[in-house]
Design a protein around this ligand. Sequence first.
Ligand SMILES: Nc1ncnc2c1ncn2[C@@H]1O[C@H](COP(=O)(O)OP(=O)(O)O)[C@@H](O)[C@H]1O
Ligand SMILES: [Mg+2]
Length: 291
Amino acid sequence: MLSIRNRGGTGNLSASGRRDGRLQPGMATMTVTEPIIRWVNVYKRFGDNVVLRGVTLDVQRGETLAVVGRSGVGKSVLLKTLLGLMAPDSGEVWVRGRRVTGSQSAMDEGRRLIGMVFQNSALFDSMTVAENIALPYWENTSLPREEVMERVTRLLGMVGLSKVEDLMPAALSGGMRKRVALARALADEPEIILYDEPTTGLDPIMADAINGLIIQMQRDLNVTSIVVTHEMATVRKVAHHVALLHNGEIIFHGTTEDLFTTDNPYVRQFIEGNAEGPITIIPSSTGGPDA
Ligand SMILES: Nc1ncnc2c1ncn2[C@@H]1O[C@H](COP(=O)(O)OP(=O)(O)O)[C@@H](O)[C@H]1O
Ligand SMILES: [Mg+2]
C-alpha cells in the first residue's frame, strides 16, 4: 500500500481517466475544475534584471506540469513566488482558489499543501537520513519517536529505499539523495510537489528511475506536480502539460505532445537544443545560479 493518506474525492483524477498513466486530453476533470495553482500577471525583477514579465499560468489539479526554459530564465524564481520565498513585484499567485500573494496566513496555508524537492536535494549533512526525514514531524507534531521512525521507514519504502536510515547524506549517491529529499517532501502529505531540476546531474538510468518516481507519486498519491527541468527526456516521460519560459514570459503552454510536434520556431529550437535560431544567446541568460 503506497498511500500515506487516502485522498480520493471529486477534485482528483480517477484511475479510469488514465491510460498508461497519462491524463487524456480533453478529460472533463481537466477542464471543469478550477486550477489548483495560478500565476496571474506576475512580475519579478532584481535591479535591472527583469526576470518575470507578466507570467500567467494555470496548473490543474492532479496533473504534472513541466516548466522548461534556459538556465537563468527564472524557473526557480517562479517556484519561489509560489512558496512565498520571494514576493512578486506585482501580480498574484493563487493556491486552491485563494490568493496567497500579500496574505501571510493564506501563504502559510498554501505552503502546507506543498512539498518541495530542491535542486541540490538540500539535505542537512550533519543529520542522518532518518533525522532529515523526521524533521517535519519533530517540528510540527508530537508523535512518539517510535511512530515517527515507522513513518520514516515507510516513506523511504515509497521512494524505493530501505536500510538507509542511519546513513549520513554524504554516503549517498546523487540519485539516493534525490529519493531522500522526495521522502522528506512527502512527510507533510503534500497535495502539490515541486521538483526543481530533479534529474539534472544524474546519469540517464538514475534519471529515468527518478522520472518513474515522479509518475508514481502522481498516480498513487494523486498529487499535482510541477517539474522544473531542461531535460527533454524528463519532459517526455513525466509531463502532461509543458510551459516554456522565455524572456520572462510563457511563450508556449500546451500538451507534451504539442510541444514535440509544434512548428513554433522558439519551441523547436529549445527542444532540439540548437544554438542557431530565434532564441539569441545573450550573456544575462547564462548567469543563473544553477547555470
Ligand atoms: N536572490 C536573487 N537576487 C538577485 N538575482 C537573482 C536572485 N535569484 C535569482 N536571480 C536572478 O534571476 C534570474 C533567474 O534565476 P533562476 O530562477 O534561478 O533561473 P533558472 O531558470 O535557471 O532556475 C537569474 O538571472 C538570476 O541571476
Ligand atoms: Mg533553477
